[in-house]
Design a protein around this ligand. Structure first.
Ligand code: AMP
Ligand code: MG
Length: 318
């Protein structure tokens, strides 16, 4: 069920229920971060393995101190610059944070979302919210209340409607080792922007405990329709044996003889727009019974790098 009632959302969360929550990255499946019952429901609804930890969402800096007693200086600098916003910070957890939230790890992932309704909600509660993306494990993340409702509406999940997510890609996840900033997941804040604040960062898909950040797993974010991700679109089109396809390009349309009946879509060279629209477009195309979705590699910088990362994982078919 989709609704704009903040009061109802608050009531449900206080009763340890789970709701769909808007954020600027993607919609989350939110529950009380201190309630084992709510957390269990999230794992069950998503069919998420317990080895995949959850991000804790806060509405103000006071809540941060509850979750961690050790905040490195670079974490403070990044939070000051990017919060509220699409940056998730890994910190040593306090005793208030349960083992289910962190998958038994000593670090907890924390973020302050930049969405007016989400902030309003968080600031009217006396507890933070865990909110992984509101999609079944490994499928495309939701960027609208409608997407969440399609995934979980039949399981009586209430979704708070906060419009379309303005960023459209998951948060960037960073952690700290000694003085170094490590990026565990590429996301809505490009590496270049982080480096402007804290200097050189290191990209690493494996954390201190040797665990791959689950958002970096080879298969993730995938539509049901086979997705072909290519850096030579024109050549790959010639090899297709069907024209019941969608062709997605970053900028200029390729020559497409015999593909007049296909869906052809261009982001017109605009990375921010591509980030915002990408998941919504994949949701729409997934409903059309296409034989495949062919999508061109993006320029590999800024948000283009994050988009390429997601598409690479979405294109794995087994
Ligand atoms: P989602 O909210 O579904 O986009 O997924 C959250 C992602 O945050 C997971 O895939 C993990 O990679 C990452 N994450 C959350 N908590 C931790 C943690 N304590 N240590 C490392 N990664 C984490
Ligand atoms: Mg996710």
């Amino acid at each position: 069920m989709i609704s704009k009632s903040l009061d109802k959302a608050i009531e449900l969360l206080k009763n340890e229920e789970v709701i769909g929550m808007p954020t600027e990255t993607v919609y989350g499946l939110a529950g009380n971060a201190y309630s084992e019952r709510a957390i269990q429901s999230i794992f069950q609804l998503k069919k998420r393995p317990y080895t995949n930890p959850l991000i804790v969402h806060i509405g103000n800096i006071k809540q941060l101190k509850e979750l961690s007693d050790e905040i490195p200086q670079k974490a403070e600098m990044l939070a000051a610059k990017f919060w509220p916003g699409p940056l998730t910070i890994l910190l040593k957890k306090s005793t208030k944070v349960g083992a289910l939230v962190t998958a038994g790890q000593e670090t907890v992932a924390i973020r302050m979302p930049n969405h007016p309704l989400a902030l309003d909600l968080l600031n009217q509660l006396e507890f933070p919210l865990v909110a992984p993306s509101a999609n079944p494990y490994q499928s495309i993340s939701p960027t609208s209340a409608k997407h969440v409702d399609r995934y979980f509406g039949n399981q009586a999940v209430f979704t708070l409607d906060g419009g379309e997510s303005t960023n459209g890609l998951e948060s960037t996840i960073v952690g700290f080792e000694e003085e170094e900033v490590i990026v565990y997941r590429l996301g809505a804040i490009p590496l270049e922007e982080l480096e402007r604040i804290v200097g050189r960062v290191r990209l690493n898909e494996v954390n201190q405990n040797g665990i791959v950040s689950p958002g970096m797993a080879p298969k993730h974010y995938a539509p049901k329709t086979p997705l072909i991700f290519t850096d030579s679109l024109s050549k790959r089109i010639q090899q297709l044996d069907t024209n019941n396809v969608a062709i997605i390009c970053f900028d200029k349309l390729p020559k497409v003889n015999n593909f007049e009946d296909s869906i052809i879509y261009s982001f017109q060279g605009h990375l921010g727009n591509a980030a915002k629209r990408l998941y919504g477009l994949l949701h729409e195309l997934d409903d059309r019974n296409l034989d495949c979705i062919l999508i061109e590699k993006f320029p590999n910088h800024g948000l283009g790098r994050t988009i390429n990362d997601r598409l690479k994982r979405a294109a794995v078919t087994n």
